[in-house]
Design a binder for this molecule. Structure first.
Ligand code: ADP
Ligand code: MG
Length: 267
């Protein structure tokens, strides 16, 4: 097992009434597995991964998150940062973490290498070009010298993916990575993620509010509501035979455009 989260609870206490964003979450991921987390907005999907990645300094985080047996939640900061940079990486919905507009693409893809390794410049560049090719960006060498404004939204998300892969992590967390993109681009990026998983055997924790999108990519799905897991199982089982009313509602509320596409959406 690669990741084994046990009894994860996250409470925000910065408001007058505390918000319990994640409650008793158990979740495990095998090496090379793709697991989907679905749930409507506010169900705690992002909070769970932010807790795992140490991105919630103000929140109360309890439970365990065993990564290859090491509890990331109870590591000294410095050691934890090593994992969070090298072994796990995260990509977000594009508009939230847009690229630095003043920095060339190549430099941005290389950034994690500059932070976490002592690789010399030429080796960094080689690794960056490799990661860009893996993210299925055409002509990495030319893109290396471009600025973000010269790229489409889909290409920018691929740059983020390349940057997340440049340290060859064992787990890639993708938090609604395609939500901001149109359906065609979304489908292409999902195919790329699947290909990355197949070629590099990188496990993927894929977050979406859309069970249909998760179905295309994942083998297993976990459904969250109000911080709780309400249902989980093999993705086709949950998709065709949802047990919980909440899951049935999620399926019923899927955007019309994907419904209209019908069978084609299996991709
Ligand atoms: N920094 C924060 N401070 C207080 N409450 C937060 C914070 N971040 C998220 N929340 C709350 O935690 C709950 C879960 O949010 P989130 O994890 O973003 O959901 P999702 O990613 O599933 O849309 C929501 O009720 C949200 O308002
Ligand atoms: Mg979210």
């Amino acid at each position: 097992m690669l990741l084994d989260i046990q009894n994860l609870c996250v409470v925000f206490r910065d408001q007058s009434t505390p918000t319990v964003a994640v409650e008793r979450l158990d979740l495990s991921l095998d090496r090379g597995e793709i697991v989907g987390i679905v749930g409507e907005s506010g169900s705690g999907k992002s909070t769970a991964v932010h807790a795992l990645m140490g991105l919630l300094p103000g929140a109360e985080v309890t439970g365990k998150a065993l990564f290859e047996g090491v509890d990331l939640l109870h590591l000294p900061d410095e050691q934890r940062r090593k994992y969070q940079g090298n072994e796990l990486s995260i990509i977000f919905q594009e508009p939230m973490t847009s690229l630095n507009p003043t920095m060339k693409i190549g430099r941005q893809v290389e950034e994690p290498l500059r932070i976490h390794t002592k690789l010399p410049r030429q080796a960094r560049k080689e690794r960056a070009l490799e990661a860009m090719a893996l993210a299925e960006l055409d002509d990495p060498e030319a893109l290396y010298h471009c600025y973000p404004y010269e790229l489409s939204g889909g290409m920018r998300q691929r740059v983020m993916i390349a940057s997340a892969l440049v340290l060859r992590p064992k787990l890639l967390i993708a938090d609604e990575p395609t939500t901001a993109l149109d359906v065609t681009i979304q489908a292409e990026i999902l195919r790329t993620l699947k290909e990355i998983n197949r070629r590099e055997h990188i496990a993927i924790w894929f977050i979406s509010h859309d069970l249909g999108v998760v179905r295309r990519l994942c083998s297993r799905v976990v459904v969250m509501q109000n911080g709780f897991v309400v249902e989980q199982g093999p993705v086709d089982e949950v998709f065709y035979h949802p047990q919980q009313p909440y899951t049935q509602r999620l399926l019923a509320s899927r955007p019309t455009r994907t419904k209209l596409k019908g069978g084609a959406e299996r991709g």
